[in-house]
Design a protein around this ligand. Sequence first.
Ligand SMILES: [Zn+2]
Length: 481
Amino acid sequence: MRVLVGAFGHESNTFTPFLTTADDFFVRWGAETLQMPLRRSSFAGIVETLSRRGDIALVPSLTAWAMPGGVVARPAYEQFKAGILAAAQNVDGVCLALHGAMRAEGLDYCEDDLLADLRARVGQDVPITVALDMHANLIRNTMRYVDALVAYKTAPHDDAFETGQRAAQLLLQILTEGVRPCIGFAKIPFLLPGEMAQTSLDPMKSMMALVAEVERIPGVLSASLMNGHCWADVPDIGVSAVVVTDGDAALAQAQAERIAAEFWARRHEFAISAEAYDLEEAVETALAAAEPTVFLSDSGDNPGAGGSTDVPALLAALLERQVSSVLYAGMWDRDAVEACLAAGVGAEISLEIGGKLDVRHGRPLAVTGVVRSLFDGAAWRGGLRQAMGRTRIGPIAVLNVAGIDVVLSATRHSFEDPLQLRVLGLEPLDYRIVVLKRGYLTTEFARIAPRSILAFTPGCTNCRVERMEFRRVQRPMFPLD
Ligand SMILES: [Zn+2]
């Protein structure tokens, strides 16, 4: 049997003031996608599961994945969609890894559009299963085009690979065991920042226990609860529950509604699960902490959810207080990096950093500092989900501004692993305060952090969603109404 496999994913933030272009995607085409699947990705889980079978021939299409950011440029979206559709010929099944929260110019629900076209291409009889991120924003209509969906069960996401395996197993069950999947779907009108829904903490922890309980019901093939990606001003947004059963539509729908009802009943319990304060109080609390190092999340400008990565508000607050022994990682500012490169290591320079892209939430910050170090941008990239390897991330400069080491990057960069700092010669635990442009810490950072505080800061990923300007979302919407 021939099975089409591929991956296409992006978490698109409609508040981000720039488009995500084709160049922002890490792309592989055709057979190349099978030679080096990313180690812990859902696509790798799909490939690993299907290629172990002697009776399956993989039909590769493409893998295209980009860091969260602004909506995808329409030509880029169409180009990658076409890559998947072109490979959808004479196949017996399809298994894709998608994110679930991609928006393109003029298109609010990219996965719906992609899967509709894919269904039209392969016909009604070819099963399609999909692995999704937990921050997928599904719409009911999409259920018409797919046979089964399964999403990550952890945030931070440590089970992408297993989710891919599960999506592939569901496809195999349909193809070889005569399973006839029915999908139950329920949506909850809730703009839920991921920072309120870490799966190791309640109430999300007990919600995921309920999901696991549903999965143990005889006849249930899988159950998923997706938080959605709340920084998108599209009409149909929110949290969704999906339950897949073998041939029992009523059971699937009843169990999806059961999960949704429980979620809705507990909606007021969803609060920032980390220790969290407004900007000023967060800084004061970090300064008063007894721990040798405190990690401070600049959560409003989190590249991991589409932040511009150039809002300097938290840096300005630290400079105002003349705090020293701070590592600030990092700021996306190509001009500033070029100025540091031109000045050279050891030079003192005055320049403006940040505040150039997200001009709504920040303005350039004038600083004088000493260029501490420069890097050519070839660095190790790793972590739970990505293959370890040398990758070019663009030049990086570390500028010491009054005792604060500011990491300036020429490309937009998301720090997800202490290794990314250590290769720059920066040991996070040597500092009193480590600022990361993140929401909750990744598992890799959480492992080493003596204490972690989330600061509500301005930017395109403000966790106080009621402070964002939503115009198009359907109302009523919790917690806006
Ligand atoms: Zn996610």
